[in-house]
Unconditional design. Structure first.
Length: 255
């Protein structure tokens, strides 16, 4: 079997004989596989002036720049990818979503939300809970709290067994002081994932926000017990003893 390095040597030889764009695209793919992202980007971008010019080539070049942390260059190439499609061409959808993800990584959250909204309009109702969670994260980062709440609720509707989405909604409710809704959400999370300590911690914080210190202390203790169970499961693997944390220390911030 040829290694990437050997294959690259072979394709370099082929390109030296015939600079066929297809050979150059193979070379770019190999360079990417070798983590030589700058060289791969150069190859992909050279194909933009050949008959291989198209959204896929621009997107591959963008991926190289993302791997190098060059988000602005990646977004410029993704803009070019999107421009390869007509106004009503639904094939543009994955490139718009990719651009949204890169914009989120670049902390351009409002632009990312706009792209995700466009993506939703194009694909209609064929969306997953992960999409709504991703958009909720972007909305949260630009303080679009109502939109974020709507999206995390949709994610819960689509994946009612995923405790992550309940925790996300609970934290959002705590942040915007929708305390009663947050408590209802976390009580449901207790039913579906009673083994998750963070559920009890957040429920305790919400009760504290509501002013119910007894309930807050009750759930702080439950959080402590769940975490203690995890520590006890791991402690046998640790050669040195660990000083245990007491219930009093775990709940001393609640008066």
């Amino acid at each position: 079997m040829l290694s990437y390095d050997n294959a690259l040597a072979q394709i370099d030889k082929a390109v030296s004989i015939d600079a066929n764009p297809l050979y150059i695209s193979y070379k770019a793919d190999m360079l990417f596989g070798l983590h030589r992202y700058n060289d791969a980007a150069t190859c992909y971008e050279s194909l933009a002036v050949t008959d291989m010019r198209g959204a896929d080539i621009f997107a591959k070049g963008a991926k190289c720049h993302v791997m190098m942390g060059e988000h602005d260059k990646a977004l410029a190439l993704l803009d070019s990818a999107v421009c390869c499609f007509g106004v009503n061409d639904k094939n543009v959808a994955p490139y718009i979503l990719t651009r949204a993800i890169v914009k989120s990584s670049a902390k351009r959250y409002r632009e990312a939300v706009r792209d995700m909204n466009s993506y939703e309009e194009i694909v209609g109702g064929m969306l997953t809970a992960d999409f709504y969670y991703m958009r909720e994260q972007a909305e949260l980062n630009c303080k679009m709290y109502q939109q974020a709440l709507n999206d995390i609720e949709t994610a819960i509707d689509l994946a009612p067994g995923n405790v992550l989405y309940y925790l996300e909604k609970g934290m959002l409710c705590y942040r915007v002081k929708f305390t009663e809704e947050g408590i209802r959400t976390m009580q449901k999370a207790c039913e579906i994932a009673p083994e998750v300590a963070d559920v009890y911690y957040l429920l305790g914080r919400l009760y504290m926000q509501q002013g119910d210190k007894e309930k807050a202390k009750e759930y702080a203790k439950k959080n402590y017990r769940k975490n203690r169970e995890k520590r006890l499961a791991l402690i046998q693997k640790i050669p040195t003893p660990i000083k245990p944390i007491t219930i009093d220390k775990a709940t001393r911030h609640i008066t």
